[in-house]
Ligand binder design. Structure first.
Ligand code: ATP
Ligand code: MG
Ligand code: MG
Ligand code: MG
Length: 474
């Protein structure tokens, strides 16, 4: 069963049960500067959950484009390392706005997984929020699961919140046991373990509260259901693959990256990590640009830039000297345009933005990497394991070499960064700059991107202020 078929089956299942199928919202949430990117299917329904907006339906289903690469849900560093995390992924979800609640939500999820896509019942495990007796009774009595298949987890895993404020509530998750071979082997390994043995596939959120800035939780006008299941995870499981990256959704991109770089997949662990990072980040970059985000030095644009630069650094690890990334984003457009038609319309625009960013960063990277290697060689000779803060700052300030890349390279090679020294140097520099600042008030978007947008008649996304603290200006 392909990813496309699964998406279709899911939406059809819920449509047949009275749900309105709603298209995916954009990755940049509308009128919500508190949220960096759409990170779950429920985001477009936030005001409906809060009772502030009415729709002409009380049940909905969607396959929502999500990015988790900044803010509260940030999986950027996980990508390539775990079998199950992407920065960009699609979340299948069904929603009830004051219509059905726990009993029906659990019954639907169980029926879909065991009757429609036919996952083996004996491999499925459940987690519930530790005090949620209702959920426990439903899984035990209605569904008929034995007590030892139901795990009680704490706030961190089983209490879902979109952000620091807003709708939230206890949840219940469905896991599949993928077998010992994928486990960490620790005696404590069970549902909720960080390894890949028990794979979380579906999260059923019982939305009951609205949390305010002080952390107070008010009951929502009427309890709602919000569920989310990773399409790539379900596809991998149904295709008998040990990782999302081996599903049909990602494999074509990985093979393409392998071909272009001349590094076969499944031949070396480190190369595989890089190929996965490149494939994943190509999807994220393509879809973010498609939804109006442009590389910049702050806010959402900074996260996009960081994603692209991380992919480009992995390209370097695979000995790519020339621009290569735009070939992979081209392939993303090719593979996803049948489902997301706007990729077709925006093809040329996306490719221009990617190519421009790639070429300019290539220069930065070449100089910066040479300089960093010199520093590391010197430190090794001096038997030191910490990169002085002033050096990190100089790399950033003189060569435009991003600190997070220095950090990653340092980690990979056993070095640490003197971040307080870096902060000191940065502060000094800022004070100097303030003293001579003329006050331009310009946005952080480079003129080249403004030009590309004008040529293509697009709109510049204008919502960079007040995001979730990810607007680090580097
Ligand atoms: P995990 O514990 O594996 O990080 P999560 O609990 O953070 O997942 P939820 O917030 O519950 O995830 O999201 C609902 C579903 O979306 C998950 O059950 C999973 O199937 C999918 N999902 C979450 N994060 C990712 C990701 N980074 N890449 C791919 N799928 C994801
Ligand atoms: Mg997570
Ligand atoms: Mg989880
Ligand atoms: Mg979860």
């Amino acid at each position: 069963m392909t990813g496309n078929e699964i998406r279709h089956l899911f939406l059809k299942y819920f449509e047949d049960r009275g749900h309105t199928v709603v298209p995916s919202d954009a990755l940049v949430p509308k009128n919500d500067p508190s949220l960096l990117f759409t990170n779950a299917g429920m985001v477009q329904f936030k005001n409906v959950f809060l009772g502030q907006e009415k729709r002409d339906y009380t049940r909905a289903a969607s396959s929502q484009k999500c990015v988790r690469a900044g803010g509260k849900h940030n999986d950027l560093e996980m990508v390539g390392r775990t079998a199950r995390h992407h920065t960009f992924f699609e979340m299948l979800g069904n929603f009830s706005f004051g219509d059905y609640f726990k009993k029906e939500a659990i019954a639907y999820a169980w029926e879909f997984l065991t009757e429609i896509v036919k996952l083996p019942k004996d491999k499925l495990y459940i987690s519930i929020y530790k005090d949620d007796e209702d959920a426990f009774q439903i899984w035990k009595n209605d569904i008929g699961l034995a007590d030892d298949r139901i795990y009680r987890l704490g706030e961190e895993d089983n209490f879902w919140a979109m952000g620091n404020t807003g709708p939230c509530g206890p949840c219940s998750e469905i896991y599949i046991d993928q077998g010992e071979a994928l486990g960490c082997g620790k005696p404590t390994c069970a549902v909720g373990c960080d390894c890949d043995r028990y794979l979380e596939i579906w999260n059923l959120v019982f939305m009951q509260y609205d949390r305010d800035e002080a952390g107070n939780m008010e009951p929502l006008p009427s309890p709602c259901i919000d569920t989310g299941m990773g399409l790539e995870r379900l596809a991998a499981v149904l295709q008998g693959q040990p990782s999302n990256y081996d599903s049909d959704i990602m494999m074509g991109l990985i093979q393409h990256a392998a071909k272009i770089t001349g590094k076969p997949y499944n031949a070396s662990h480190e190369n595989d990590v890089s190929l996965r990072v490149i494939a994943d980040h190509a999807r994220a970059a393509t879809f973010l640009i498609n939804d109006g985000v442009l590389p910049s030095n702050e806010g959402r644009g900074y996260v996009l830039r960081r994603i692209m630069r991380r992919a480009l650094r992995h390209g370097k690890l695979l000995d790519q000297e020339k621009p290569f990334f735009h070939h992979i984003t081209e392939d993303v457009i090719e593979k996803f345009q049948d489902v997301y038609a706007d990729l077709k319309t925006n093809r040329e625009f996306i490719q221009k933005v990617v190519t421009n960013e790639e070429v300019s960063f290539n220069n930065t990277l070449t100089f910066g990497t040479e300089r960093l290697n010199e520093i590391l060689d010197r430190l090794r000779q001096e038997n030191k394991t910490t990169i002085p803060g002033e050096e990190v700052f100089k790399l950033y300030d003189t060569f435009g070499f991003p600190v997070d890349l220095v950090e990653e390279t340092a980690k990979d090679t056993g070095f640490e960064l003197d971040m307080s020294g870096f902060d000191r140097a940065m502060k000094e520099q800022r004070e100097k700059a303030m003293a001579s600042w003329k006050g331009s008030g310009e946005k952080q978007i480079a003129p080249i991107y403004t030009k590309i947008v004008q040529e293509h008649g697009g709109t510049l996304f204008d919502g960079y202020g007040g995001t979730e603290g990810e607007g680090r200006v580097l």
